[in-house]
Design a protein around this ligand. Structure first.
Ligand code: GAF
Length: 394
């Protein structure tokens, strides 16, 4: 990590000087995230258990004396520098990653913060495309915190986290929960974050896996329709909540139910698909609470079993896995000594995680890689998950 950090930091500064003729005043790193367990529970008022990872986005920024914003990504050298005016923040359909710059500026303005000068911004990331490791929240926190520092806005971290979610919900129309921005904003080295989304209380839990390694497996599937399917799941669980409220009038979210109570009242849900969606939200929340206790008690066997149950529920009840993630899951669980695996993030492609004996991690990567390639026709990518602190100046 440290060598990579130095390399990317130095190369970003070099490309920044090449494009803007002077070094950047602000250099930041913003991680990506994995979620250990607690998937599609955040917008249902449940618990999540994510962590920030060393794969992420580096940013370099200097203020300008005019109202122009000039940005480049070293990952897309052919695109060069893209420019726009500070007052031109309307969302555009094909705006690439630049939409996050516009989105953060737009939401800052909406919230009444004064950003009255332009800036030069360069970024470089080491996160694979469409990996489901939340490159979007990584960028939102990166840009938010760099502008927070450069314009001395004194915005509290939780408000930057909420602003990142607003960029998704309000500016981009994707009705995501707060998990990704929270994990990236509040991540700590070697700690996972047990967050109760209802109360926003959280606890940092040592992410200690003993003789096991947490391996990230990326499908490399092209991102298709993720946003509309995500919003559809959200509509389905909202409908389930409404129907449950006819028999449980005080129920504020699915996260308040345990599975036994849900089963007692589930007949209020008329559509069988909607019922399965709600069952996932409720059972996953329960699993997340138990899994966190298991990890705290160093019971990795139990923790691994819950990861597997989580994947099965996301596959069968929530239907957000798909062939690529299921192939990774099945191939992972075939390998000797593996304690558990599951998709992580929104699903429909993206990435999965597996808890693998450290001694056989390279065999695991080779075998799962071969099985995936044979079944899907293109390769998966593998990374060791290194859990790091949240967005910070370098
Ligand atoms: C995406 C969203 F951004 C999160 O809020 C969360 O809902 C996740 O999907 C699924 O758990 O990453």
């Amino acid at each position: 990590m440290e060598t990579l950090e130095k390399d990317l930091k130095a190369s970003l500064q070099a490309s920044f000087i090449e494009r803007f003729d002077s070094p950047a005043d602000y250099l930041y790193f913003s991680p990506g995230r994995i979620n250990l367990i607690g998937e599609h529970t955040d917008y249902n008022g449940g618990h999540v258990f994510p962590a920030a990872i060393s794969i992420g986005t580096y940013g370099a920024l200097t203020l300008r004396d005019d109202q122009e914003i000039h940005v480049f990504s070293a990952n897309f050298p052919d695109v060069g520098v893209v420019s726009f005016n500070l007052n031109d923040l309307a969302p555009r359909k094909y705006d690439s990653w630049v939409k996050y710059v516009r989105g953060v500026l737009y939401e800052l303005k909406q919230a009444g913060y004064r950003v009255e000068r332009g800036f030069n911004l360069g970024i470089v990331g080491d996160m694979p495309n469409a990996s489901g490791l939340s490159s979007s929240a990584s960028l939102e926190l990166l840009i938010g915190e760099m502008l927070n520092a450069a314009f001395k806005l004194h915005i509290a971290r939780l408000d930057i986290v909420k602003l990142g979610q607003q960029v998704e919900n309000d500016y981009l129309g994707l009705r995501t929960g707060i998990m990704d921005q929270f994990a990236i904003g509040f991540g700590e080295k070697e700690k996972a974050i047990f967050l109760d989304v209802n109360t926003m209380d959280y606890e940092l839990v040592p992410a200690e896996f003993g003789e096991y390694e947490l391996i990230i497996m990326t499908t490399n599937k092209k991102r298709e329709l993720v946003d509309s399917k995500y919003n559809e799941r959200r509509d389905e669980t909202e409908l389930a909540l409404k129907e449950l409220q006819t028999v449980l009038p005080n129920l504020a979210s699915l996260g308040e139910l345990d599975l036994a109570t849900f089963e007692k009242y589930q007949d209020a849900i008329t559509d069988s698909t909607v019922l399965r969606r709600a069952r996932h939200a409720v059972s996953e929340n329960e699993r997340t609470i138990i899994a966190t206790s298991a990890l705290k008690a160093h019971d990795l066997v139990k923790f691994g079993e819950l990861l597997q149950q989580s994947h099965a529920s996301l596959r069968d009840d929530y239907e957000v896995t798909g062939e690529e993630l299921d192939t990774l899951f099945d191939a992972a669980m075939l390998q000797p000594g593996v304690l558990g695996a599951r998709m992580t993030g929104a699903g429909f492609g993206g990435s999965a995680i597996a808890l693998v004996p450290r001694a056989t991690a390279s065999d695991f990567i080779k075998n799962v890689g071969e099985l995936y390639q044979a079944e899907i026709g293109y390769p998966a990518s593998f990374y060791l998950a290194e859990i790091v602190r949240g967005t910070a100046e370098l």
